[in-house]
Design a protein around this ligand. Structure first.
Ligand code: SF4
Length: 323
């Protein structure tokens, strides 16, 4: 995603699956009712050219290929291999071993930085219950004292609070981020507070309320945590009133910070429009107008979101972004 807003959307759904995976899985197994491929990858830790100014990560790590939450707006769907996410769903079975080697090398050079877990998959998706691959990666991250930024829609993250607490206390932060005083950041991603709308656009993810309750639990456990309303859905969750309610709600659930980002439709226009046509036919022409250039809303739309988000964050005394 070239523009800033779509780069943010990629935090939960990144098509740039940079690890060089084998194209065909070694095997396919049944996992949680769906067939899951098992693949070996050559690399697992992506080093960014520049730190992400919103999420503060210098690295990203994706233990799985694609995602079983199947969000309609997911950026992965627009990628070269993302047409059928369920068929491509795969476990990178050598991820912890590779991560151990890569973090050993980075730690020796003192190249500490936040690892985004994840940028191109949901690290705590349903099949993680069986494979525990994310948990194994967290053990490696804790061992080498790297900080981690967890980006999730899943309540399964609560299973791993023991490891995340260890990372939170012991991680070595980059010197310019030492004021954060937390080695673990946890951000829950939502696109709407309305259950009915979430069910349409995020069919297999936990309900918005469940994510917010998980946020409350991680806050009660002492973590630095917030909400990413990325992407907000045009005409469905982006009105001034809705933005205000979303930020007020984040505060009620004790969020330290909030992000708000726009939807982009690169490579997924047709699929998204089909869903709009089915469930909200009256909105189709408005969508086509809003996304007529480069599959993303114009600059004015993005600026309005940012301006309103800042106003409501100030009103409800919650930080707009982490720093
Ligand atoms: S949770 Fe949704 S948006 Fe995120 S990677 Fe999975 S399908 Fe994509």
């Amino acid at each position: 995603m070239g523009n800033q807003s779509s780069a943010r959307q990629r935090k939960c759904c990144d098509c740039a699956n940079r690890e060089k995976a084998r194209k065909k899985p070694l095997s396919r197994r049944e996992g949680g009712g769906i067939m899951v491929g098992e693949i070996f990858v050559k690399t697992i830790l992506n080093k960014h050219r520049r730190r992400d100014s919103w999420f503060l990560d210098d690295y990203s790590l994706n233990p799985y290929q694609f995602c079983d939450f199947n969000c309609i707006y997911c950026y992965i769907r627009g990628s070269k291999y993302g047409g059928n996410m369920r068929e491509g769903l795969a476990v990178k079975i050598n991820a912890p071993t590779l991560l151990e080697k890569e973090l050993l090398r980075r730690a020796k050079r003192k190249e500490y930085g936040f690892i985004a877990l994840s940028s191109a998959t949901e690290p705590w998706m349903h099949i993680e219950k069986k494979y525990e691959l994310t948990r194994k990666c967290l053990k490696v991250i804790a061992k080498f004292k790297f900080p981690v930024h967890c980006l999730t829609k899943s309540t399964l993250i609560l299973r791993d609070l023991d490891l995340l607490e260890e990372i939170d206390k012991n991680a070595i932060l980059p010197s310019d981020l030492s004021k954060l005083k937390h080695g673990t950041l946890i951000t829950f991603s939502l696109s709407t507070l309305e259950e009915k709308i979430a069910k349409i656009f995020e069919p297999s993810a936990p309900k918005p309320r469940e994510r917010l309750e998980a946020l409350q639990k991680v806050k009660n456990a002492g973590f630095h945590a917030g909400v990413a309303y990325i992407p907000v859905l045009p005409f469905l969750s982006d009105s001034d009133e809705q933005l205000e309610e979303m930020i007020r709600t984040a505060k009620e659930f004790n969020a330290d910070y909030v992000f708000v980002g726009a939807l982009t439709l690169h490579g997924i226009n047709d699929l998204y429009y089909k869903v709009i046509e089915k469930h909200f036919p009256e909105l189709l022409s408005k969508y086509k107008q809003l996304f007529k250039i480069f599959s993303q809303p114009g600059r004015d739309y993005q600026l309005r979101l940012e301006k309103k988000a800042k106003v409501f964050c100030e009103k409800y005394r919650v930080r707009y972004r982490i720093l």
